[in-house]
Design a binder for this molecule. Structure first.
Ligand code: F6P
Length: 463
């Protein structure tokens, strides 16, 4: 291959530019041209196919900086419809006109689903990203354990997992961790620690909501901020147990910090944060309000008198507050772990394309003896027998539902990822960047402004 393309799809993560950088660097070493496609799959749906050359003369363009969060290529949650062969043919014709012989998509499960229709016409490899850390398997073969039945309301299917006979070991996880996750946890754990001191001062109960959709990895990693209670979507909230634990802690230390994943569910499996479900363009349920739902529960169960009698607050409503860490989890400079492994995965994806892989995924594996290493897997290993990709849930052994916290095995999972995740350059950056005098004098300069000048369109190529 002489020319490949790359796009970043789905929700952004801080490590996307690092992945693109790694892909471009490796391609340049191999004398392959790389075109960046603008705004994820949206570019392919656009007849003018907006694109930029990322390595003219086999040198990465200066805007491509692995330490920058977000993606200079832009991202969207648009998908290519699987049931429109005519559109796929048009896309293929566009890509051919650009002289592109293979495509790297940087994305998560939605992106892997999205690239399916293209694979019959063009080699495509996925370089993984997601702050949710839900792209992968707890063990090989996990995807084959799904069963499905028609949904009661007639809309689609409901999927169930068969009980598994597999003896779980983190060494055998498929795609142990995904770039973006570590920086998100850096943010969420930092927020938890900061909320603590104000909860302590004012004798309050804080509920910190973190992202992650239906997977509890970000909530689990937030344990580094030392919350008292961690609630993950994989373990339905037992209200009696939660209230008992909150009271036990509040009696002792006059404050409680709870972390909840945005996708936490009640005993019936209903998402607390999706009382009125809406979906984003990719069909994902938009979750908001899990922490507020938990707050209402605690206010009702504890009541004003509980706080007044202890002279801690005038009301339960004043004593219990919520904070969503929100999109700051997805933004900013990626920490060392994310940058390093994202760049390696980008390089691996490029190599895979050149080696002839198609519909395949570059993965980051971990083994006790070996540490982190890269591998290539076929995309179908992540699919169930109907072709559906399920978000990876945290394995039950990572969580202690009795003490509502990360378990011993969960700690063993987290340690290799986080122990050396932050580099000294990250700390130095923090020290130098925020209060630099120039920040007050010079307005923010977006890399998009520069990149825009490099964007070319298909019709211009013909001239
Ligand atoms: O999948 C990444 C993610 O950040 C989720 O954790 C979160 O639920 C969702 O995207 C938010 O999406 P949006 O940015 O579209 O609100």
């Amino acid at each position: 291959m002489k020319r490949i393309a790359i796009l970043t799809a789905g929700g952004d993560t801080p490590a996307l530019n690092a992945t693109v950088y790694g892909a471009v660097l490796r391609a340049s070493q191999l004398q392959v041209e790389v075109y960046g496609l603008i705004k994820g799959y949206n570019s392919l749906l656009n007849p003018r196919l907006p694109h930029v050359r990322l390595n003219p003369l086999f040198q990465p363009i200066p805007e491509l900086d692995a330490t920058l969060g977000g993606t200079i290529l832009g991202a969207s949650r648009d998908l290519i419809p699987a049931d429109d062969p005519e559109l796929v043919e048009q896309i293929h014709a566009r890509v051919r006109r650009l002289g592109v012989e293979g495509l790297v998509c940087v994305g998560g499960d939605g992106t892997l689903n999205g690239l399916q229709p293209l694979c019959d016409r063009l080699p495509v490899v996925l370089a993984p990203k997601t702050i949710d850390n839900d792209l992968g398997l707890n063990y090989p073969g996990e995807a084959d354990e799904f069963e499905r039945e028609a949904a009661a309301n007639g809309a689609g299917y409901v999927y169930h997992r068969r009980p598994s006979a597999v003896v779980f070991s983190p060494d055998r996880m498929v795609n142990y961790v995904t770039p973006g996750y570590v920086t998100a946890v850096f943010e969420s754990a930092t927020s938890v620690g900061k909320v603590r001191t104000t909860a302590e001062s004012h004798r309050r109960i804080a509920i910190v909501e973190v992202m992650g959709r239906n997977s509890g990895y970000i909530a689990l990693g937030s344990a580094y901020g030392q919350p008292d209670i961690v609630l993950v979507p994989e373990s339905p909230v037992d209200v009696d147990r939660l209230v008992a634990r909150v009271v036990e802690l509040y009696e002792r230390q006059k404050n409680v910090v709870i972390v909840c994943g945005e996708g936490v569910v009640d005993a019936e499996g209903h998402e607390l944060g999706a009382a009125s479900p809406t979906t984003d363009p990719a069909g994902n349920v938009v979750l908001s309000g899990a922490s507020e739902a938990l707050r209402r529960m605690l206010i009702e169960r504890l009541g004003d008198e509980y706080f007044r009698s202890r002279r801690r607050s005038d009301s339960a409503a004043a004593a219990i507050f919520t904070r969503k860490v929100g999109h700051t989890q997805r933004g900013g400079r990626p920490v060392l772990f994310d940058r390093f492994h994202a760049a390696r995965l980008g390089g691996k994806a490029t190599e895979m394309l050149l080696e002839g892989h198609n519909n395949a995924v570059a993965v980051l594996q971990w083994e006790t003896e070996r540490g982190f290493y890269l591998d290539a897997i076929a995309g179908h290993r992540l699919r169930d027998r109907w072709g559906h990709i399920h978000a990876r849930f945290i394995h039950p052994s990572f969580y202690d539902p009795e003490y509502l916290r990360v378990s011993r095995l969960g700690i063993d999972y987290l340690l290799p990822i986080f122990t050396h995740a932050v580099g000294s350059d990250d700390v130095e950056h923090m020290r130098q960047a925020l209060f630099a005098a120039g920040n007050l004098m010079v307005p923010y300069h977006s890399p998009n402004t520069d990149l825009h000048k490099r964007i070319r369109y298909l019709s211009e190529n013909r001239d």
